[in-house]
Design a protein around this ligand. Structure first.
Ligand code: PLP
Length: 439
């Protein structure tokens, strides 16, 4: 009998007892290459000496001080680092303890911004059908992940959805990137108009879609066009970079590659790299000033926001990324990973698409490459891939099923930024064996 209420109480999990670089080790001494960093979290791998030392030092000096009494040096330093690195006028960093909290805070800030700017009628959020923004009630309400929402529907705020940017499945035959993007921008515009041009608070999207579809990047110019539609109607753009941000795509902020600045960006996961639970919401000068000049108080807060030890860990993570030039490695190893997967799976009829940015890579599994028909969800192929990979000492993050009848199972890969050329070859070799055994 276990007293931990596991998310899958009937399952039996190995006990993780140690981590060393790319590897996690269980209670029987079995070693696993961590090719997904959990769920795209452990971006520096495990046991990173400089991060461990920074935490040790901070805990000894000051573990925590409540933010209604004090600010702390680590919180101020980390906020300055993030603001300096974030695009354009994203200069104001509100710390949280994880991704769902960051999204919740972003939704509330968007709403409060409109209320304080004299537009209290702006109450609707538009998200995309293929999205995951977190599991707390607000984040769950706006997410497109129907099966996660279903049971809680009576408790959720009203949210509205438009199509994702998912070229592999949803671009029409003969449609160019530009035409596809225009179609999606028109759809957003129609949705805004149907809700009322002055009723929408914000449009929220993952810059690169993570868990629901497996590292789906937008096509060129998608976010610039969506930004233009938002601007036309005074709708804020919130980008959720909880999974794709903090270097995962080879850029500290994934949206740098898309040439857009959101009004608010949510980050988490890689920010603390798993060494401490920490997330953040970063907003633009315009939003911040509206609050400062308005009520002067952001109507939100949690006990652990701006946690000094979590901030110290995140500073050490940022320093390691810079000092060791890990963003270059992410870009190079990402190219290598996609090329190696394409070669390795060239004959595998059940691999339909390989995509992603940096070390954020998705492999979509299908029943048949030509028709792109999804695998039968009752086969739970994703779960079998995970199990076969674990047997072979490999951790990947597969997700399943056809929530909306249009998608296949997929495998998400998000190895640590420290991965070497040899690590990538090793990951691809073991994954090829696991997929062959599972499909
Ligand atoms: N947003 C995105 C894009 C995510 O991928 C996740 C988690 O996977 C979340 C939000 C929620 O983050 P957390 O699990 O830290 O609450």
């Amino acid at each position: 009998m276990t007293h931990v209420f596991h998310r899958n109480p009937r399952g039996k999990l190995p006990v993780a007892v140690a981590g060393e670089g790319m590897v996690l080790i269980d209670h029987e001494g079995k070693r696993y290459i961590d090719a997904s960093g959990g769920a795209a979290v452990s971006c520096l791998g495990h046991g990173h000496p400089r991060v461990v030392e920074a935490i040790r030092k901070q805990v000894g000096q000051l573990a925590y001080a409540h933010t209604s009494f004090f600010t702390t040096e680590p919180a101020e330093e980390l906020a300055a680092m993030l603001a300096a690195a974030a695009p354009g006028s994203l200069n104001h960093v509100y710390f949280l303890s994880g991704g769902s909290e960051a999204v919740e805070a972003a939704l509330k800030l968007a709403r409060q911004y409109h209320v304080e700017s004299g537009q209290p009628q702006r109450q609707y959020f538009i998200a995309r059908r293929q999205s995951y923004h977190g599991n707390t009630l607000g984040a769950l309400a706006i997410g497109g992940n129907a099966w996660r929402r279903e049971m809680f529907m009576p408790l959720l705020i009203e949210a509205h959805h438009v199509s994702p940017c998912y070229a592999y499945r949803e671009r029409k035959d003969g449609e160019s990137d530009a035409q596809y993007v225009q179609r999606l921008a028109d759809e957003l515009e129609h949705k805004i108009l149907s809700l009322g041009a002055d009723k929408v608070a914000a449009f929220i999207a993952e810059t690169v879609v993570g868990a629901t579809a497996g590292a789906v990047p937008p096509v060129a110019d998608y976010f610039r066009k969506m930004r233009a539609v938002c601007d036309k109607y005074g709708v804020l753009l919130i980008l959720d970079e909880v999974m794709s941000g903090m270097g995962r795509t080879g850029y500290l902020f994934a949206c740098e590659e898309d040439g857009v600045q959101p009004d608010i960006v949510a980050i988490a996961k890689g920010l603390g790299a798993g060494y401490q639970p920490i997330g953040a919401m970063i907003c633009s000068d315009r939003i911040y000033e509206a609050i400062v000049q308005g009520s002067g108080f952001f109507q939100h807060g949690h006990t652990y926001i701006g946690h000094a030890t979590a901030c110290a860990a995140a500073i050490a993570v940022q320093n390691a990324i810079r000092e060791d030039q890990l963003l270059d490695n992410v870009r190079q190893r990402g190219e290598q990973l996609r090329a190696a997967l394409r070669e390795s799976f060239s004959e595998q009829a059940h691999v339909g698409d390989i995509r992603g940015r940096g070390l954020f890579v998705g492999v979509e599994l299908v029943a048949d490459r030509a028709s792109k028909a999804p695998l039968d969800p009752s086969l739970r192929t994703h779960a079998r891939v995970k199990a076969e990979a674990m047997k072979r000492g490999l951790l990947v993050y597969p997700m399943g099923g056809t929530i909306d009848g249009r998608r296949g199972d997929h495998i998400l890969l998000a190895p640590p930024f420290i991965a070497t050329r040899q690590d990538i070859d090793d990951i691809v070799g073991r994954l090829a064996e696991a997929v062959a055994a599972a499909v």
